[in-house]
Design a protein around this ligand. Structure first.
Ligand SMILES: Cc1cc2nc3c(=O)[nH]c(=O)nc-3n(C[C@H](O)[C@H](O)[C@H](O)COP(=O)(O)OP(=O)(O)OC[C@H]3O[C@@H](n4cnc5c(N)ncnc54)[C@H](O)[C@@H]3O)c2cc1C
Ligand SMILES: *[C@@H]1O[C@H](CO)[C@@H](O)[C@H](O)[C@H]1NC(C)=O
Ligand SMILES: *[C@@H]1O[C@H](CO)[C@@H](O)[C@H](O)[C@H]1NC(C)=O
Length: 341
């Protein structure tokens, strides 16, 4: 049997994890990752990479919880292995705090993270402006470490990596049998998907090695996420803003919001500003499509639009995209192309 040639467009956390999943779970497949940008230049490199889900408006909570659980379990086992440092995946504990009582005291993902509980009165003394809080342990994935690690794993399992910008998916025909579209925000041009929009996020990466706990305001707008070699301070959510240059005014505002939560950050040093554009959509697009042009056929699996929570669900959605690739392989093998009209 000839190998099925699969092209994965995109080398952010979604493209690389999908490429790895497909290479492991689709028999007789050969994988090529094609992307115009790679780590450290993707949105995924700017992200804090915290595993705290953001609810998507158009997917069931049951499905989202499954994606989160699959991702959490997968990364938890990496965090517990000797690979943890190379993969940039580790456990982190901290607090999510609220100025007003939240409508939901227990979020849908509470039993996926570890040790979720209400904060005690004594703990809340740390945050005099806040009336309620939750303590838990979750995982953090360092994009600039995790992405190259995924890339290495893809290569080890026989995959190829190509640097190229794709203007039109038909460029990949007939060199590839199946295309997986993980182009994130690039999908706006590539697929003419006008539902996808940038939500600009500016963050600071600072040195503050004494900060060991994450602190996140319930709204998710202000956060302090300590990582392996720096602390991410955030953030902003600016819908429809494509500007990738850091705004010094915003950086000052972020720092003052974070210092209000953790005074010791006044002593943070070596501050770097970063901007990323989240690929926002009402829901992740996970869908098969058969592109048809004259007699040509090109099966595409769409896998993009993870918005603010790509790291939190990436392995779960990659497993689902891989299922769709397997269905495409089945379709290719069971029907003569002409009969598929
Ligand atoms: C400031 C900030 C903080 C965040 N924090 C978190 C967090 O703590 N936890 C969390 O879960 N999520 C977080 N996110 C969200 C997360 O970053 C995204 O959901 C995720 O990175 C999306 O991954 P992606 O692979 O789809 O997109 P990207 O990383 O943007 O990758 C897209 C890839 O497609 C390629 N591409 C696009 N168009 C083309 C084309 N035409 N031809 C070839 N290649 C193309 C690009 O070069 C790139 O390699 C954060 C985002 C930001 C901005
Ligand atoms: C990916 O999907 C988007 C949205 O449908 C589309 O605009 C884009 O052209 C697709 N990319 C590729 C490489 O097919
Ligand atoms: C922050 O830490 C990450 C992960 O260790 C590292 O790859 C990145 O280069 C650091 N960024 C800055 C601005 O120091």
């Amino acid at each position: 049997m000839d190998a099925v040639r699969v092209a994965v467009v995109g080398a952010g956390v979604i493209g690389l994890s999908t490429a790895l999943c497909v290479s492991k779970l689709v028999p007789w497949s050969s994988i090529t990752v094609i992307s115009d940008k790679f780590s450290p230049d993707t949105t995924s490199d700017v992200a804090a990479g915290m595993l705290i889900p953001h609810a998507y408006a158009d997917a069931s909570i049951h499905k989202q919880k499954q994606w989160f659980r699959e991702t959490f379990d997968h990364l938890f086992s990496i965090a517990n292995s000797a690979e943890a440092g190379d993969a940039g995946v580790h456990l982190v504990s901290g607090w999510q705090i609220f100025r007003n009582l939240p409508t939901e005291e227990v979020p849908f993902w509470a039993d996926v993270v570890l040790g979720f509980r209400k904060m005690s009165e004594a703990e809340l003394k740390k945050f005099p402006q806040h009336v309620f809080g939750q303590a838990f342990t979750t995982l953090k994935c360092e994009g600039p470490v995790y992405l190259p690690w995924l890339e290495k794993r893809v290569k080890e399992s026989g995959g190829l990596i190509l640097k190229r910008r794709i203007e039109d998916l038909w460029e990949l025909h007939p060199s590839f049998d199946i295309v997986v579209n993980c182009s994130g925000l690039g999908s706006r041009e590539l697929m003419g998907d006008s539902e996808i929009l940038p939500v600009r996020g500016q963050v600071l990466k600072v040195q503050a090695p004494w900060v060991k706990h994450f602190i996140r305001e319930g709204s998710g707008l202000t956060y302090i996420y300590p990582g392996a070699s720096n602390v991410t301070l955030g953030g902003t959510r600016q819908k429809g803003d494509w500007n990738l240059s850091p705004d010094p005014e915003i950086s000052r505002d972020i720092l003052s919001r974070c210092c209000a939560l953790e005074s010791s950050l006044h002593g943070a040093y070596d501050m770097k500003e970063k901007v990323g554009l989240r690929p926002f959509r009402p829901g992740v697009r996970l869908q098969k499509e058969l592109l048809v042009q004259d007699v040509r056929r090109l099966p595409v699996v769409h896998h993009y639009g993870h918005g603010s929570g790509g790291f939190s669900v990436h392995w779960g959605t990659a497993l689902e995209a891989t299922k769709l690739v397997n269905e495409c392989v089945h379709d290719l093998r069971t029907s003569a192309p002409k009969a598929k009209l």
